[in-house]
Design a protein around this ligand. Structure first.
Ligand SMILES: Cc1ncc(COP(=O)(O)O)c(C=O)c1O
Length: 451
């Protein structure tokens, strides 16, 4: 394997652009009449980060992304082999023999293409079966499939909310939900993260001035940057008090948490009691696609008629459907329980080892292990060291998280071994220590700079 001698990211300059400063937020609202020309300023910033090896994005795997993998950084010709904590395959079902066999059987029977939107002839008998099986798992009669989780979120919000209605969003809700909200109405209120009192205040304020329009309240079962969860029972009760509708995005917890894989909703004993449940198959279910589950036939009809990404986009392929069905069968079985237990044991080992190394893990134990670094420059320099040491862990920085809240989002899988978790923690800690030293002005204690 070729070895690259990486530059010291703390000392690489690219013209006047400092690769350790700036963020995507600065380029998000370009101005000027020429839509093409005004995109130019972002290029030197990305180039500077690439040259300094602090652009850890858009890596390409060159082998199956299991607990270890080969991957190529966009900027480095070397293919690196390492421990993989950067893939969202929480129960390791992507490599499961029966999941792969189900995909191959679907390929042989249905071919590679769904050939149309679900509104026309893009469905198959197995996609109908998947709708039923998800409904049984979540105790909701009606399920509508989408070809991505992003589309399911956007489609659910835009199909149901009209411009005079209101949306109340947890301020950390996923991009798909925020974008859907912005497309549906200007009446948007962001509330403090997982705060039921803030929700009550927001709903009381809206209802004081508007008794005649709808209110959609949006939260997640497990927040993917913070690994924490709201009190859904309390939220649903408050929503009903103010005639508001609750939508819960279960992209990260469905399958990987809760009794029988029913996620945080199942953990809270709320199956069948949440107004709208929206999920993604891209994490635990080893595929692409998403769904919205509801008890209301009218909601189903609206999603099918007005849920843009369902109605006007090609539906999930038969291979994806068969993959998700087999993954769901395992999720609901004793094997699923064993895999969730193994996942949680890896997570506890990883969090414990990171804490021993002096690093801070956010939130509650789940497949998502956010490791807080804080300062963006420190996290960027550490990201180069993480890769050099043969660890794949995703860097998350502003504006995806708060300004001084950069972090590595590690994602555990049930097939990781405790030894791999301990090694990953040691590699990450070592990279952070080295980054502190590199950034410390001469004669300064490295630790002070990182604070
Ligand atoms: C909370 C949440 N909702 C929705 C999505 C979109 O799902 P997908 O990647 O399947 O389109 C994601 C994926 O990142 C997510 O984290």
């Amino acid at each position: 394997m070729p070895v690259v001698a990486p530059p010291n990211p703390a000392s690489v300059a690219h013209g006047s652009v400092d690769p350790l400063r700036g963020s995507f937020a600065e380029f998000a609202r370009p101005t000027g009449p020429d839509l093409l020309a005004r995109t130019a300023p972002i290029v030197p910033w990305i180039m500077a980060r690439r040259e300094a090896h602090v652009w850890p994005y858009a890596r390409a795997v060159t082998s199956a992304p299991g607990t270890t993998t080969h991957a190529e950084a966009e900027t480095q010709s070397a293919i690196r082999y390492g421990l993989n904590f950067a893939t969202q395959d929480y129960l390791s079902l992507a490599s499961h023999p029966s999941v792969q066999e189900a995909a191959m059987e679907a390929l042989r029977r249905y071919g590679v293409h769904s050939g149309g939107s679900a509104a026309l002839q893009g469905r198959s008998d197995i996609s109908r079966a998947l709708e039923t099986e998800i409904g049984e798992t979540l105790n909701t009669e009606h399920v509508v499939l989408f070809s991505s989780g992003w589309g399911a979120a956007f489609g659910a919000v835009t199909a149901l909310v009209r411009p005079d209605d209101h949306i109340v969003l947890d301020r950390l809700a996923h991009n798909s939900l925020q974008t859907g909200a912005n497309a549906a109405t200007r009446n948007i209120t962001h509330i403090e993260h997982i705060n039921v009192d803030a929700l009550r205040r927001a709903l009381a304020g809206i209802r004081a001035g508007d008794a005649s329009n709808g209110i959609l309240v949006v939260t997640e079962g497990l927040f993917s940057m913070d690994s924490d969860s709201p009190d859904l029972r309390a939220m649903q009760a408050v929503c009903h008090e103010y005639q508001a509708t609750l939508l819960v995005d279960v992209a990260h917890d469905f399958g990987s948490l809760g009794p029988g894989g029913t996620g945080h909703i199942g953990r809270e004993g709320m199956l069948g009691e949440i107004d709208l449940v929206m999920g993604a198959f891209s994490k635990t279910f080893a595929s692409n696609g998403g769904f919205v589950a509801t008890r209301h036939p009218g909601v189903r009809a609206y999603l099918e008629a007005y849920g843009g990404p369902h109605t006007f986009s090609n539906s999930m392929s038969p291979i994806q459907i068969a993959t998700v069905r087999e993954a769901l069968r395992i999720v609901r079985s004793e094997e699923g329980d064993a895999r969730r237990a193994s996942l949680m044991s890896v997570v506890h080992t990883l969090r414990g080892a990171l804490a021993e190394q002096g690093l801070t893990c956010l939130g509650d134990p789940s497949a998502v292990v956010p490791v807080l670094i804080g300062q963006t420059s420190l996290a960027r320099v550490a990201s180069a060291g993480v890769l050099e040491r043969g660890l794949f862990a995703n860097l998350v920085e502003f504006p995806a998280v708060g300004v001084r809240a950069a972090r590595f989002r590690m994602q555990a899988m049930s097939d990781h071994t405790p030894q791999q978790a301990r090694e990953a923690a040691a590699l990450l800690a070592d990279a952070v220590r080295e980054a502190r030293e590199r950034l410390a002005p001469p004669g300064t204690a490295a630790r002070q700079v990182a604070a």
